[in-house]
Write a protein that binds this ligand. Structure first.
Ligand code: SF4
Length: 363
């Protein structure tokens, strides 16, 4: 709940005075203090850490109730786990910041063939509170207040759009987590119905700078439909038209993510097809700079992957081809691959078999 929703609720349902309700809400977010009339956020059960060139990547797990998920019932699971990743970054000035990658669902229904989470299927969507408590845990249990939040963990955020919007409303509430909306990115496979709903939301005051990232991952429908089943129902031409109409403000960019899978989507001719796709969207730019940036992500092999990770030379060669064709392209540096916390690797059994560091006990 946002502050404005919580205060009358606490007065009405919990019998708490107005000032007490106000300070309880602010303290929960600012200092992490949990008032005695509030249900505590889920504790952090486990943390895996891995060194990267910019600091420690932390992957953490919180239990959530199984709820009425039929799949969880079949698994006889009383509780499920959300997985989140804190990724360190060193800014231009040398200061250390963290990006928090949050999950919006346990599992995912989208079935992308390169993705670890897809192997689980969709178990259930998370509530707004379960999404926000990932921020609370990062900030107050682990002591790393994130400067950026990306909805790139388990799940397809637009498959759970109402709860994701409610969670963002809490995260940007100035009496709550007070994240600038421009520091939040929703990443999607390109569900067109969800994109329509999200673009309506951008007209709400204070929301227009929310960032969008779309997983493109292929140069054409044939390849995309093989690795992303959503493309069979919502092909690239329809996605392109939606992106051409997408409102981007100021110097903001539309991010197109491209997981480079060697031998699948980096073949001769693919860079040219991507360049044409991007050029059409760039024609709708309101100034001379391109609207789209391609974020090239080296494939992180899932369990039993039929494909290897690309070699550096393959990534450099594909980046060079794209740049030569006028595409604004950046490479995402891989972090957290060994602990299966890198892009497309959340929800693995592997993590559960590793030795966890229990943060609730001293070492
Ligand atoms: S890549 Fe994203 S949308 Fe696709 S299956 Fe994995 S979590 Fe779901």
């Amino acid at each position: 709940m946002t502050f404005d929703q919580f205060v009358p609720f606490a007065r009405r349902e919990l019998g708490v005075t107005h000032p007490r309700a106000e300070s309880a809400y602010k303290n929960l977010f600012r200092t992490g203090e949990i008032a005695d009339f509030l249900a505590p956020p889920a504790t952090v059960q486990a943390v895996l850490s891995e060194d990267s060139f910019e600091g420690k990547v932390l992957k953490f797990v919180q239990h959530v109730p199984a709820g009425d998920s039929p799949l969880a019932e079949r698994m006889a699971a009383k509780s499920l786990a959300t997985e989140s990743v804190l990724i360190p970054m060193i800014g231009r000035t040398g200061s250390a910041t963290h990006t928090l990658c949050v999950s919006s669902q346990v599992g995912c229904a989208m079935g992308c063939t390169f993705c670890e989470t897809a192997q689980m299927g969709l178990i259930r969507s998370l509530t707004p509170a379960e999404i926000v408590q990932q921020w609370w845990a990062a900030t107050h249990a682990l002591g790393h207040r994130p400067q950026n939040i990306v909805f790139m963990g388990m799940g397809e955020p637009l498959d759970n759009i109402d709860h994701v919007i409610k969670a963002i409303a809490v995260l940007i509430d100035h009496n709550g987590a007070h994240m600038p909306v421009s520091k939040i990115t929703v990443s999607t496979v390109g569900r067109l119905d969800g994109l329509a709903r999200l673009s309506e939301q951008l007209h709400t005051p204070g929301w227009h700078r929310l960032n969008l990232a779309v997983s493109l991952n292929a140069p054409n429908d044939e390849v995309r439909s093989q690795i992303m089943p959503i493309n069979r129902a919502m092909p690239m031409e329809a996605l392109k038209r939606t992106l051409m109409a997408w409102p981007v403000y100021g110097g903001g960019k539309l991010c197109l993510e491209y997981v480079l899978i060697p031998g699948v989507n980096n073949l001769p001719g693919h860079a040219a097809e991507i360049a044409r796709f991007v050029a059409d969207i760039n024609t709708t730019s309101r100034n001379s700079s391109p609207r789209c940036v391609i974020n090239l992500i080296p494939y992180n092999p899932r369990r039993n992957s039929p494909w290897p990770a690309p070699a550096d030379a393959e990534i450099d060669a594909f980046m060079g081809e794209l740049a030569e064709k006028g595409v604004f392209v950046k490479r995402r540096r891989t972090k957290g691959r060994d602990l299966m916390g890198a892009c497309g690797q959340l929800g693995s059994e592997h993590i559960r078999k590793r030795r966890f560091v229990d943060v609730t006990k001293s070492p």
